[in-house]
Design a binder for this molecule. Structure first.
Ligand code: IPE
Ligand code: IPE
Ligand code: MG
Length: 253
C-alpha cells in the first residue's frame, strides 16, 4: 500500500512548512555546479504543490531563500534570483489552473526589482483563488521577523495605540508576516540536516518536525505523503498527558 492510501484525509494538517534543502549536494553528487541543483529543485516544488493542492491542504510555506543566504557567492545569488523570476513566470498559469493562491513572507524590499515585480504580479493574478495558499519565504528569517514585529509593536505602544499589558500571544501574532495564517502542524526538512535554520521560530512552537535524508531535487509527492503519514501517527499532547487526550480532549479533566 502506498503512503497516500494510508492517509486519513479528514486528519490532514492545515499548514505544512518545508525547508527545501540539499540542492547543492545533489548537484555535486552528479558532478555539476550548485545551480544545477536549484534548477532541478523546481520539479520537486511543482510536484509537492500539486500534491498539497489535490489533498486540500490549506497552507504550504516553502523556505526558498533565507536572510543568511544573502551571504552566498554573488553568482549563486544571481542565479537563484533569475530562477525565481523564470519559475514564477512559467508556473503562474499552473497555479491558476490548480486554484492556488500565491503569497510571500520575508523582507521583500531587499529583493531585486525584477523579482519583486514578478512576484507581485503573480500574487495579484492569483489573489482570488480559493484553494491552497502557497507561501514563499523569501529573504526570510525568523529573527528578522520577530525583531521587526517587536519594533512595530514598540512604535504602536509609543504612539499610544496599545498598552504593554495588552500584549499577548494573539496580539503579537498580528505583527508577524504570517499574521492570520494558522501555525504549521508539520515541518519537513530534506537533506538529512537536523536543524531549523532560522525558520518560523515563533510559529513552530508546537509543530511536529519531520526530517528526511532525501535531497530536495529528488523529493516527490510520495515523499510528501510519507511525511504526512508519519505525522498522522504522532500524538500531539500540547503539554497535557496522554490520558487527558483520550478523555474526549476535555480541557478540564
Ligand atoms: C537549498 O539547497 C536551497 C537554498 C538554500 C536556496 P542548498 O543550496 O542549501 O543545498 P546544500 O544544502 O548546499 O546541499
Ligand atoms: C535553509 O537552508 C534555507 C533554505 C532552504 C532557503 P540552508 O542550506 O541555507 O541552511 P543551513 O545553512 O544548512 O542551516
Ligand atoms: Mg543547504
Amino acid at each position: 500500500m502506498g503512503y497516500k492510501e494510508q492517509l486519513d484525509l479528514k486528519k490532514l494538517p492545515k499548514h505544512v512548512a518545508i525547508i527545501m534543502d540539499g540542492n547543492g549536494r545533489w548537484a555535486k553528487k552528479k558532478g555539476n555546479p550548485r545551480i544545477f541543483g536549484h534548477n532541478n529543485g523546481v520539479a520537486a516544488v511543482r510536484d509537492t504543490v500539486e500534491a498539497a493542492a489535490e489533498l486540500g491542504i490549506e497552507f504550504l510555506t516553502l523556505y526558498a531563500f533565507s536572510t543568511e543566504n544573502w551571504n552566498r557567492p554573488r553568482t549563486e545569488i544571481d542565479a537563484l534570483m533569475s530562477l525565481l523570476v523564470s519559475t514564477i513566470n512559467k508556473e503562474t498559469k499552473t497555479l491558476l489552473e490548480n486554484n492556488v493562491r500565491l503569497r510571500a513572507i520575508g523582507d521583500l524590499n531587499t529583493l531585486p526589482k525584477l523579482v519583486a515585480s514578478q512576484l507581485k504580479g503573480a500574487i495579484d493574478k492569483t489573489r482570488k483563488k480559493t484553494g491552497l495558499h502557497l507561501i514563499l519565504a523569501l529573504s526570510y528569517s525568523s529573527r528578522w521577523e520577530i525583531l521587526n514585529a517587536a519594533r512595530n509593536l514598540a512604535e504602536d505602544v509609543k504612539l499610544g495605540k496599545l498598552d504593554c499589558e495588552d500584549i499577548n500571544d494573539s496580539v503579537f501574532e498580528t505583527y508577524l508576516t504570517t499574521s492570520g495564517i494558522p501555525d504549521p502542524e508539520l515541518l519537513i526538512r530534506t537533506s538529512g540536516e537536523f536543524r531549523v535554520s532560522n525558520y518560523l521560530l515563533w510559529q513552530i512552537a508546537y509543530t511536529e518536525l519531520y526530517f528526511t535524508p532525501v535531497l530536495w531535487p529528488d523529493f516527490r509527492r510520495e515523499d510528501f505523503y510519507q511525511a504526512l503519514a508519519d505525522f498522522q501517527k504522532r500524538e500531539r499532547r500540547f503539554g497535557k498527558t496522554s490520558e487527558q487526550l483520550v478523555t474526549n480532549m476535555n480541557v478540564n479533566s
